[in-house]
Each structure stands twice: as structure tokens, then as C-alpha cells.
Write a protein of this length. Structure first.
Length: 140
């Protein structure tokens, strides 16, 4: 059961939103995928926190994405399931309020998290990672 509140889409329509803080981490291609991008953690004035994934050069697959505990070198379990990248805009937006285990998560928790992020080829091939990067405490 997915406990994070998830919303996805190809962009924002409301240009009046006030961003209080934003932190961006790079995502690098894995093997020969040639897919790179970034993940942004964004804190809004209304208290909402979003995780925005943006990639370049992807296929038309629906790409699942997860935040994992620990660094890329260490590996670890899934901590947060993100909205998959499923449209040709190569972007997904996940509004988060809880980790997958049900405990609360804030913008500050995300930017300080001992973790990494992976984007996978598709739901049938989760073993194939197409882009990844250290986030939070591991990216600093």
C-alpha cells in the first residue's frame, strides 16, 4: 500500500505559487542509457512539499522511480515511492507527506536524508536502472 500522497503531471498551471525553498540534485545515466536529469525537492508557502523528477532522452516507457536509503555505493531499501515518469514531457511530480512506512516526511527531512534515487526502465524491468544519483546528505 502506498502511503505517500502522489500526484503526477507534465507541469504546473498555477504561476502564483510561492516557493519557500528548493534543492536540486543531479541524476546521471547508468550504463548506456544516455538518460540524465535532476530531482528537485520544493517547499511551497502552503506547506506542501513536492519531489519533481525531470529527465532527458528517455524512451516512451513508464519509468518507476524510488528514493532509497543510504548512498548509491551502499545500497538500501526503498524509503519513498515516487510518481512514475509516464508522459512524453519526461517529468513527474509527487506531493509527499509520508515515507512509505507511514512516518511523516518534510522538505527538511528530504534535503538531509541519507539516500539515493533511482529511475528504472519500466515496471517489468525494475532491475534495469536508467538514471540515478545520491541525494540529501550523500550529495553534499
Amino acid at each position: 500500500m502506498l502511503l505517500a500522497i502522489i500526484a503526477s503531471g507534465c507541469g504546473k498551471d498555477d504561476a502564483t505559487e510561492v516557493i519557500l525553498a528548493k534543492n536540486v540534485f543531479a541524476l546521471s545515466p547508468v550504463a548506456d542509457s544516455k538518460i540524465s536529469g535532476n530531482v528537485s525537492f520544493v517547499k511551497y508557502e502552503d506547506g506542501r512539499t513536492e519531489v519533481i523528477l525531470q529527465i532527458n532522452n528517455s524512451s516512451e516507457d513508464i519509468h518507476p522511480a524510488f528514493i532509497y536509503a543510504n548512498s548509491l555505493a551502499e545500497g538500501g531499501p526503498v524509503a519513498l515511492t515516487l510518481a512514475p515518469i509516464e508522459c512524453d514531457c519526461e517529468e513527474s511530480i509527487t506531493v509527499v507527506s509520508k515515507w512509505d512506512n507511514g512516518s511523516p516526511v518534510s522538505y527538511e527531512d528530504l534535503i538531509n536524508f541519507d539516500g539515493h534515487l533511482k529511475i528504472h526502465q519500466n515496471k517489468d524491468h525494475l532491475e534495469i536502472v536508467i538514471a540515478q544519483g545520491n541525494i540529501g546528505a550523500n550529495a553534499q
